[in-house]
Design a protein around this ligand. Structure first.
Ligand SMILES: [Zn+2]
Length: 288
């Protein structure tokens, strides 16, 4: 059964490790992440962007697939199904469809409007026992023209949003989505430290986990990050393994064109990436 991310993240924050959010795109992705979490006895968060939700034909399909797979694969570790960067309307749809967690990305609204909408969602999700992630300080991406440095959140705005009763808080600390440019200046630990000082026990979320050096990840965890989002890295691993299979002509040998064979190397590559991240984040064995 899907669970809220609240317990797993509070335990992670107290135990100084982080739970990975791995975004899903289809059956192979979901199966690879769930099996790896179960094998390694790690709690896990499945992230679904609005685009990926649409790609999979809608949130109800996603909920049906994940619930069915958890039952058929006997997944017993805590799993949260989480909307990633949701709009207000998207959040309502996911609540209706049976997600166990949502992120409301109100970072592009003026702070007053972010507060108002977050307040409404806090009320709805707490009635349903779901978890809610809020974002302060927009987390951009290279595709958005962000070069060198991601935005840093205002720690006082972080406190204002945290005090509304959200479960976890994503604060921009110089991180960005996608691959990091060569001239990236690194994470702002000064901002992270200031945010944690003001928000106390609140589990903090690090977006854009792809390509952040391991020592920076570890330092971020020591400063209160309890959830780390991984998306691009699984995509790159999947693409590389699939390209290799095709380039070696394996799809043209025997029944190599069978999608269950063609997609297998990519599936294994996602599993390996998830394992590597869980090791780095320290979440292995935490679901026992
Ligand atoms: Zn993000």
């Amino acid at each position: 059964m899907l669970v809220s991310a609240k317990d797993m993240l509070q335990k992670a924050k107290a135990g100084k490790y982080a739970v990975g959010q791995f975004n899903i795109n289809n059956l192979e992705w979901t199966k690879a992440i769930l099996l790896t979490a179960q094998e390694l006895k790690s709690p896990v968060i499945l992230g679904v962007s609005e685009g990926a939700g649409k790609y999979m034909t809608g949130y109800k399909t996603v909920v049906g697939m994940v619930n069915g797979m958890m039952e058929e694969l006997n997944i017993t570790v805590p799993v949260a199904l989480h909307l990633d960067h949701g709009s207000y309307e998207g959040c309502l749809k996911c609540i209706e469809a049976g997600f166990s967690s949502i992120m409301f990305d109100g970072s592009h609204y003026p702070i007053e409007e972010n507060v108002a909408k977050t307040t409404e969602l806090v009320k709805i999700v707490s009635e349903k026992g779901m978890s809610l992630e809020a974002e302060v300080g927009s987390i951009g991406g290279e595709e958005d023209g962000v070069i060198g440095k991601g935005e840093c959140a205002d720690p006082n705005e972080c406190k204002a949003i945290a005090d509304l009763g959200v479960t976890m808080l994503a604060a921009g600390i110089g991180n960005i989505h996608g691959k990091y440019p060569d001239n990236w200046e690194g994470l702002s630990f000064e901002t992270l430290d200031a945010v944690q000082q003001l928000t106390g026990d609140m589990p903090l979320v690090l977006h854009g986990g792809t390509g952040i050096p391991a020592d920076m990840i570890k330092k971020a965890i020591s400063l209160g990050v309890a959830k780390i989002n991984v998306n691009t890295e699984c995509q790159l691993a999947f693409a590389e393994a699939t390209r290799k299979y095709i380039e070696e002509g394996k799809d043209q040998q025997g029944k190599g064109f069978d999608p269950r064979k063609l997609l297998a190397p990519g599936f294994e590559a996602i599993k390996a990436t998830v394992k590597e991240k869980m090791e780095l984040f320290g979440s292995i064995g935490k679901a026992e």
